[in-house]
Design a protein around this ligand. Structure first.
Ligand code: CU
Length: 136
């Protein structure tokens, strides 16, 4: 059973604050990102966030990314039961793979306009956090 929360699903609470119209800002964020995460396999964006789930709880309540730049989330599922990471309100490409653990997978997300979003596990709605997309 896989519910994908894309589109008009009422989120309640935190909603997308800003929403750029499509087509803007095709900037490629190639700028150096000093002090960034160590592990960035070839082909992945400069920014890789780490997130894990243990006993159906995310280890972080808030994530922060740079607006208008792709990013990756390296998600470690420490539970046997499946989880994923999906970003609500972000549009296409914002749903990470559902998989059982213990296992770690990295999902590359498209860029997000600046604003406040929610990240969730599609299977466990109580697994939620805030993702802030911050203008550089
Ligand atoms: Cu889950």
């Amino acid at each position: 059973m896989c519910r994908i929360g894309v589109g008009g699903a009422a989120v309640g609470g935190v909603q997308v604050i800003l929403r750029a119209t499509s087509g803007l800002l095709l900037l490629v964020a190639l700028a150096a990102c000093g002090g960034g995460p160590a592990r960035t396999p070839a082909g992945t964006p400069a920014v890789t966030l780490e997130l894990s789930a243990t006993n159906s709880v995310f280890d972080k309540a808030q994530l922060e990314v740079v607006a208008d730049a792709p990013f990756a989330i390296e998600f470690e599922n420490r539970d046997a039961i499946p989880h994923n990471v999906a970003i609500q309100g972000g549009g296409a490409g914002m749903t990470g793979e559902v998989f059982g653990g213990p296992q770690t997978k990295t999902h590359v997300f498209p860029s997000l306009p600046a604003g406040s979003y929610r990240f969730v596990c599609d299977l466990h709605p109580e697994m939620v956090g805030t993702l802030l997309s911050v203008a550089p």
